[in-house]
Design a protein. Structure first.
Length: 197
């Protein structure tokens, strides 16, 4: 059995509304009977609270527990026995964390900082010229391939007359044969589909 919410709030130096809100959102957990274990709650409060968002440093003072009165000691043993497993069955990672299974504030902040670091690393690489935009790279490769295709299509017209003179054959027939061979070869190359993944 722990202490009441108001007693914990006084010991913590906060309002009982703040303690109730912390229980509701899962920053701290209450025992099955609605009381609070001060040591466990202090550890959870420290682990699940963002220090940057605190208005003032909450310094928990020593919690004074009233001695058991006749009313509390007369409680049936079955009630305390059933409350103990219920309190211990709530999963709290290492005593610090949100019992509802969500990520703690510290884990969320860590993930956020990692994301910022990765984003800054990519920005720096882009500023240094080590990275380029994917769309720009695709457009550049497309222009290069189109220029090379056009150069190959113009090649038979440039060399067919000279080759015909060297081989002593009809220039027009050689030009048509070279042009057909080049177009056939370019059609085969056009069937290749590079993967951009």
């Amino acid at each position: 059995m722990g202490i009441s919410i108001r007693a914990y709030a006084r010991a913590r130096g906060v309002s009982d509304t703040a303690v109730r809100k912390a229980i509701k959102v899962g920053r701290i957990t209450a025992l099955a009977d609605g009381t609070i274990d001060p040591a466990q709650a202090d550890a959870q409060w420290a682990g699940n609270t963002d220090p940057a968002l605190q208005r003032k440093e909450a310094t928990p003072s020593a919690v004074k527990v009233k001695p058991a009165t006749a009313a509390t000691s007369a409680a049936p043993p079955t009630a305390t026995a059933s409350a103990a497993p219920a309190a211990s069955s709530s999963p709290v990672a290492g005593g610090v964390g949100v019992a509802t299974g969500g990520a703690s504030l510290l884990q969320a902040r860590t993930a956020n900082e990692l994301l910022k670091a990765q984003t800054n690393k990519v920005r720096l690489a882009r500023m240094k010229g080590e990275l380029i935009e994917r769309a720009q790279a695709i457009a550049h490769v497309f222009r290069l391939a189109r220029n090379e295709r056009d150069a190959w299509l113009n090649w038979p017209g440039r060399v067919s007359a000279r080759m015909a003179a060297d081989l002593n054959v009809d220039a027009h027939a050689l030009h048509i044969a070279l042009d057909a061979a080049v177009r056939e070869h370019l059609a085969e190359l056009g069937e290749l589909r590079p993967s951009l993944d």
